[in-house]
Design a protein around this ligand. Sequence first.
Ligand code: ADP
Ligand code: MG
Length: 330
Amino acid sequence: MIEIKNLTKTYMTHERGHTLKETMINLIKRPMKQVDAVKNISLTVEKGEMIAFLGPNGAGKSTTLKMLSGVLHPTSGEIKALGLTPWKQRSEYVRKIGAVFGQKSQLLWDIPPADSFYMNKAIYGVPEGDYKRTLDHLTTVLDVKEIMRKPTRQLSLGERMKCEFIMAMLHGPELVFLDEPTIGLDVIAKETIRDFIKEMNSQGVTFILTTHDLDDVEMLAERVIVINHGEIVFDNTLGELRGRLGGKKAVRLTTDTPFPDKFIAGVQLLNRINECEVELEIDIDILPIKGFIRQFNETYGILDMSIEALPIDAVMKGLYAETKKVIALV
Ligand code: ADP
Ligand code: MG
């Protein structure tokens, strides 16, 4: 469905001076600065996949999605998506794709979403029958029938985001890009949107999404691609991502004696809840659970304990720490 080869995007920006003198000089001469946002990315996406793009701020996720959706030309490299080159065959391409960019609205501010939907129908030439059926289905699933006739500016963020999804899906795209689709939403709205994405995916729509919300990843994506400094540092399943960091476990512990912050090799503090309650990361290759219990029970008296897989944010931290090292390319 998508074939990306050696994709690179370099932005040229003006360097801004910090001191007054520099700012004055900048009025006459503005030095250019080069930002390598995406460096030589290659990957293949199959039909029906749901991929989460993860990475710290500035990693190059949005830039990649913008090139994939055809709004941005790459500096070099190729993309073939649905048999087309996004930025060259743009008008043909946009009929087959959908996009929701959390930070940028497709809805017109002063008119109700219902009118924006109708406008998209005209733009994409969606036949009346299809339009009615799809709209009815989408507005039911996303529960926006009540609010879609209010002007967009009066809607809550969650209501607006649900309408953004309808804008993106009305013409029945096969491939959808979502850039931080759940950012700033409350738990209920997140749930509705995730269920919606899942349902569309089970009907064969391919999704690529970026997110900072690791629950999105947990609930949606099978394949996780991690970008750091514009390069792919991981491309595999979520389970594999956890496994990469060795036999690490998250242990929640309640003791009868206050617990220290510094421990022995193989044990790290993830989170302190109170004096006698902590979350620890244990590397069981260094310290097996049995040994851990023996040592800690003697000194602190274990009252309660749970052992779980490492939370993904801890896994991500570990991964970013291994900057630039390619961990696993499929
Ligand atoms: P992410 O979405 O992962 O946070 P972006 O793709 O937005 O990252 O940005 C990648 C890098 O490119 C960052 O260093 C960012 O500052 C830079 N960048 C993004 N957009 C532009 C732009 N229009 N002009 C110059 N630099 C940009
Ligand atoms: Mg971004």
